[in-house]
Design a protein around this ligand. Structure first.
Ligand SMILES: Nc1ncnc2c1ncn2[C@@H]1O[C@H](COP(=O)(O)OP(=O)(O)O)[C@@H](O)[C@H]1O
Ligand SMILES: C[C@@](O)(CCOP(=O)(O)O)CC(=O)O
Ligand SMILES: [Mg+2]
Length: 338
């Protein structure tokens, strides 16, 4: 039996545009998904995913014997819920050259689902590492990231960037631009997260942006403008002292860029009333900047504030279910125990 964990992430900037080859800077945060894998001789896959509740049901499923979770919810919803774990299992089987092997899998996570904090990437990355290690195969972190990307690409119908999975596998702050992916130095940034308790469907939101981009030249320009924001942000980070604290001027400039990015994402139709309300609450509380994180539609915003003001303001914002601080996770995927 092997347990591995991998962190979630926030986007400092660049989500959505990264799908079309623009750069993005996600940062891993100390909220992790833990996946335990135990090989089974009989080829069956049994999954316990207590955090995965669909319309109030907790899901346990078995991928063989034509069994699907016996739930009174539409099949596509169930399939969507199972997709990432199933693809992680497929990647682990492939990597270990054990196409027939079965697994008992348990998933536990402190990353809210579908909220823009990269729960899918964390579960996929940790699942591939746990699955292969339980078969005595140790993949490099790069290969785990690559296989997790392929898994997300499958589940999201060919619409995924390498950003989330690379960030979750490597930890820290990363910059991803098409095939080019690297870890970058970043000072400790005072992230505050607001969560509206809701979720957005990543595949659907990405498809919506794609349709806008195909229909309107100015939507394509908006995506290019997000890329410009990220290029500017990368320069700002490059000039920072990685081990020193983040100074006021640096935070102010990053915050302005986050604000700009949120405006561009809103223009692309991926914000929502509650995300906007939380962004404005953070700005009114004098956060350096605030934006939605991830696919949008509902879920989380991320703000930069080194005081208590934003967290307190979010606590009193209608539409915000909970607010919390998030530390940069310097460690990516790791073994939790054998
Ligand atoms: N704890 C978990 N257990 C099982 N599956 C999970 C868990 N967390 C996330 N997932 C998978 O990830 C999906 C959510 O991913 P996604 O829509 O990309 O949003 P995000 O990555 O922003 O959280 C869920 O529908 C489920 O398939
Ligand atoms: C919208 C996108 O840029 C990020 C999605 O992040 P999340 O799954 O909402 O955490 C999609 C992608 O990069 O694959
Ligand atoms: Mg995701």
């Amino acid at each position: 039996m092997t347990t591995c964990s991998a962190p979630g992430k926030v986007y400092l900037f660049g989500e959505h545009a990264v799908v079309y080859g623009e750069p993005a800077v996600p940062c891993a945060i100390e909220r992790r998904a833990r996946v335990t894998a135990e090989p089974r001789e009989d080829g069956r896959v049994r999954v316990e995913a207590p955090d995965l509740s669909l319309d109030g049901f907790t899901v346990t499923w078995d991928d063989s014997a034509d069994e699907r979770p016996d739930l009174d919810v539409p099949t596509p919803l169930v399939e969507a819920g199972m997709g990432y774990v199933n693809e992680a299992v497929a990647q682990a089987r492939d990597a270990a050259d054990a196409p027939e092997v079965g697994f008992d899998i348990t998933v536990e996570s402190t990353i809210p689902l579908g909220a823009g904090l990269g729960s899918s990437a964390a579960v996929t990355v940790a699942g591939i590492d746990a699955g292969t290690r339980s078969l005595g195969v140790e993949l490099s972190t790069e290969e785990i990231a690559d296989r997790a990307y392929r898994a997300e690409y499958e589940v999201q119908d060919g619409q995924a960037s390498r950003a989330d999975t690379f960030c979750s596998a490597m930890g820290g702050a990363v910059r991803v631009e098409g095939e080019d992916r690297r870890t970058i130095d970043a000072p400790p940034l005072p992230f505050v997260i607001g969560y509206d308790g809701g979720a957005g469907d990543t595949g659907e939101l990405v498809a919506g942006v794609r349709a806008l981009r195909e229909e309107y030249g100015f939507a394509a320009d908006t995506i290019g403008a997000i890329g410009d924001v990220v290029r500017r942000g990368t320069e700002v980070l490059r000039g920072s002292e990685p081990n020193g604290g983040a100074d006021e001027e640096l935070l102010a400039e990053l915050g302005r860029l986050m604000d700009f990015d949120h405006g561009l994402l809103a223009a692309l139709g991926v914000s929502s009333r509650s995300l906007d309300a939380m962004v404005w609450a953070a700005r009114d509380a004098d956060a350096y900047g605030a934006k939605l994180t991830g696919a949008g539609g509902g879920g989380c915003i991320v703000a930069l504030d080194d005081t208590e003001a934003t967290e307190t303001a979010l606590d009193y914002t209608p539409g915000c279910e909970t607010a919390f601080r998030a530390e940069l996770a310097t460690e990516g995927v790791r073994v939790e125990g054998a």
